[in-house]
Design a binder for this molecule. Structure first.
Ligand code: FAD
Length: 290
């Protein structure tokens, strides 16, 4: 399950409610995304540390290179280490403000995630993951280039990758094949697929931003058909179809041997829990006060 740094105390309370719900499902791990902004950064580090220390959830902290010097990056890793976090998802990050804008390396920073993987591994005993892109990263000229540098990040010391969200499982399977063909040793490392249940027509746009691609026409048609002429009145029907789509994707991924599923939760537990329940995972009952 992936969380986002809460922006205020109400959002933080919501995040904790979701975290407590997920604890009952015993996920393999949860992760917290990272934004480069100052105050968000401090809150992110604090909440990520608290998740690691005050819950049973194995917590992975995302770490991005953008807008940071190497000295700052080392210090952030130190903050996480002090909070007992040994698992980092190491990323380059996108230019703040415009993810598709021109990438500028910090004058005393790193250019690519691969360098950050090496840095983190040199700093201590961390478990490191990296990002992978089933349809290629938007800055990669082609899939061969994309696969070559993904393999380089894995060779630099990453133990697994988590994919960008996608809707067509074939893209995930092809990524897996490409990595194995490029480097059979790195091909043995888990590629963890990321998915997000669509719960309304509004979340379609968010899903498209996160996956970097338009929603496949067939899926959009299913959601629009459920919405009919009155999306507001039919929002339960749209949500039901969104959960159904995520369940179908999850089922196929499991059948194809995906190591686990990583859900973008937007800090809500309900939709992810419903998909997991459809997939046969059980939720421990809520303890009853004596
Ligand atoms: P890199 O691996 O550095 O790759 C960037 C581009 O450079 C790619 O096109 C790659 O092929 C190419 N490249 C790599 N090495 C070389 C080389 N040596 N020579 C030439 N080209 C090279 N962003 C955030 O800001 N915060 C988050 O918390 C966050 N979490 C994410 C979680 C997941 C699972 C994913 C998939 C993405 C996440 N992102 C996050 C977005 C990510 O930071 C961006 O997609 C970013 O543009 C790419 O990061 P990267 O680590 O893959 O970069």
């Amino acid at each position: 399950m992936e969380f986002n740094p809460p922006r205020d105390s109400a959002a933080e309370a919501r995040l904790w409610r979701a975290a407590r719900e997920f604890e009952r499902m015993h996920p393999a791990f949860v992760s917290m995304t990272y934004g480069a902004g100052g105050s968000t950064r401090d809150r992110t580090a604090r909440v990520t540390g608290e998740l690691a220390q005050e819950t049973t959830l194995l917590t992975v902290a995302h770490l991005t290179a953008v807008a940071h010097s190497v000295a700052e990056l080392r210090s952030i890793v130190g903050v996480y280490a002090d909070a007992g976090i040994r698992n980092l998802l190491v990323l380059r990050g996108d230019p703040p403000g415009d993810p598709l804008g021109e990438w500028e390396q910090h004058p005393e920073g790193v250019e690519y995630a691969e360098e950050l993987v090496r840095m983190v591994r040199d700093l201590g005993d961390f478990h490191v993951g990296v990002a992978s892109f089933p349809q290629g990263h938007h800055r990669s000229p082609d899939l061969d280039h994309d696969t070559r540098f993904l393999c380089a990040k894995l060779r630099a010391g990453a133990e697994y990758s988590i994919t960008q969200m996608f809707f067509d499982v074939d893209h995930y399977l092809r990524l897996r094949d490409r990595v194995s063909a490029c480097d059979p040793v790195q091909g043995e490392k888990p590629i963890i697929p990321e998915l997000m249940p669509i719960t309304s027509l509004r979340t379609v746009q968010r899903a498209e931003e996160l996956s970097g691609r338009p929603l496949p026409a067939g899926l959009l048609t299913r959601l629009e058909r459920a919405a009919g002429n009155d999306p507001e009145a039919n929002r339960d029907a749209v949500r039901e179809v969104g959960i159904e789509i995520a369940t179908e994707i999850g089922q196929r991924l499991i059948a194809e041997g995906a190591p686990c599923l990583h859900f973008i939760t937007l800090n809500f537990a309900k939709a992810t829990t419903e998909v997991l329940t459809n997939l046969g995972y059980t939720v421990a009952p809520t303890p009853v006060e004596a």
